[in-house]
Design a protein around this ligand. Structure first.
Ligand code: DQQ
Length: 464
């Protein structure tokens, strides 16, 4: 594997022209993983033998969704990633001729297996590997050809796991206009028996269908993740092959979708999402890339049964130069010394009577161009994107309620056009911010009403 990683790294050395255009692309992230060119979506993370693998939906032909392959990247430390060869490619005249869609990776008897959705129509397929690099499709694909009676157009994205007696698998589906996670059982990953819906949703809460389900034990609960426009979490109990939901919420209310987890050798559940674009297709075409992988997020169960999310501590390996500041302001205070497009900021606010507290990033010195992110204490929202002028542009938001007297910690990762925000480890928001202005690299604290803020920040080194 190490030799393969070195060969892949060498083959990824960019041509002179490409390197120059990457340097002038102020929006291209430098410490998030993304394929060298073109399009990715839906991560499928998997841990084995000390390595973090992320497979992903990949269109190597254009910076937009298309004929989908399974791309592959690997990391030993969750901070630096290497792109590996394509794992799965559609086979003409076969059940996956129109795309190898989302699924999962499992290990059985010393071999690795991918269960994935072939299209069109949607069917479930199997592929096997000894080394995670070279994959052989099962000769009699598909292993499941038809959805159970009454389940709709969406029947995809298998998620399999082993229990003591058998393999189990969820397939994301819908019943009428309600999401359903359908449960199957198998002894060999090839022959599957349909059991029943593990869980049916509520269209007013978690959408009209379930894409990319993920299901796992965490602390003393079970967690079901589903996606329909937004990625939702549900925590609850699992008994007799039924899931009883107790609490539910949103994993990230911003440009973040189709998130799934792996379990590593420390027993941690680590979530990765697809960071979506928020710019016109022509701009993606001009840059030659679209979408990327979120930073790894460690999940936990809070005392009240809700999901906690925090950035993986391994990301600290990317920190380069540390800055600190204490700021009292009732408007905007620019930070001296700290500037740039690749920074990590931990801003600890005592909001007092302030109505909003937050940051401005990617600001010109005169603030005529900038991107704001803030907690709106009155509206109980975490908001990001858009400048100070026109707030409607590229703005995303998620619910975030601050208790009276509670301090607010905004842990923010800025990587050029990507902003990932963790608010008190219970609300997450990913936003996009695009600029062509090299002077739009200043950072400031914002407050509507007087507040105090202790800032600790780091410039961040690149992925490589
Ligand atoms: N993306 C895949 C589907 C999945 C959707 C296709 C979610 O399998 O349901 O690229 O983003």
């Amino acid at each position: 594997m190490i030799l393969l990683i070195m060969l892949c790294a060498l083959s990824m050395v960019h041509s002179h022209g490409e390197e120059a255009s990457m340097k002038t692309d102020l929006d291209r992230p430098t410490y998030h993983f993304m394929p060298q060119k073109n399009w990715m979506n839906d991560p499928k993370p998997f841990f084995s033998k000390g390595e973090y693998h992320v497979f992903f939906q990949y269109n190597p032909d254009a910076p937009q969704w298309g004929l989908i392959r399974w791309g592959h990247a690997v990391s030993r430390d969750l901070a630096h990633w290497t792109q590996l060869p394509i794992a799965l490619t559609p086979t003409p005249d076969s059940p996956d001729k129109d795309g190898c869609w989302t699924g999962c990776v499992v290990e059985k008897d010393g071999q690795y297996h991918i269960l994935y959705t072939g299209v069109q129509p949607q069917v479930q397929c199997l592929a096997t590997s000894r080394d995670l690099i070279t994959w052989e499709k099962y000769k009699d694909n598909p292993v499941l050809a038809k959805a159970p009676e009454g389940f709709g157009d969406c029947w995809r994205d298998p998620c399999a796991w082993k229990e003591s007696d058998a393999w189990y698998m969820l397939i994301g589906s819908q019943h009428g206009d309600t999401g359903a996670a359908l449960l199957y059982r198998s002894s060999d990953l090839i022959h599957w028996e349909y059991l029943h819906p593990l869980y049916s949703g509520d269209k007013t809460v978690d959408g009209t269908m379930f894409e990319c389900p993920d299901f796992f034990a965490l602390d003393d609960k079970h967690v079901l993740i589903t996606s329909c426009g937004t990625t939702f979490w549900h925590t609850g109990s699992y008994a007799d092959h039924r899931f009883t939901m107790e609490k539910q919420g949103v994993t990230d209310g911003g440009n973040f979708y189709a998130a799934k987890t792996l379990r590593d050798d420390k027993g941690r559940r680590i979530l990765f999402g697809w960071v979506t674009e928020n710019r016109p297709q022509e701009e993606c075409n001009a840059s030659g890339w679209a979408s990327l992988l979120s930073l790894p997020r460690v999940l936990g169960i809070r005392k009240d049964g809700t999901l906690s999310t925090s950035p993986a501590p391994e990301l600290r390996a990317l920190r380069v130069t540390r800055h600190t500041a204490s700021v009292s302001t009732d408007s905007i205070k620019m930070l001296d010394g700290l500037q740039g497009n690749a920074v990590e900021i931990i801003a600890r606010f005592k909001p007092g009577q302030a109505k909003r507290v937050g940051l401005i990033l990617r600001s010109t010195p005169d603030q005529s161009e900038c991107t704001s992110l803030f907690v709106d204490l009155e509206k109980k929202l975490l908001v990001a994107g858009g400048g100070l002028g026109d707030p409607s542009i590229r703005r995303v938001q998620t619910a975030f309620e601050v208790k009276p007297g509670e301090e607010i910690t905004l842990h923010v990762f800025l990587d050029h056009s990507v902003i990932e925000i963790f608010a008190n480890d219970r609300a997450c928001l990913t936003a996009r911010t695009y600029t062509t202005n090299p002077d739009a690299n200043r950072i400031g604290i914002l407050s509507l009403g007087p507040s105090e803020c202790a800032v600790e920040a780091w410039e961040i080194g690149g992925n490589g």
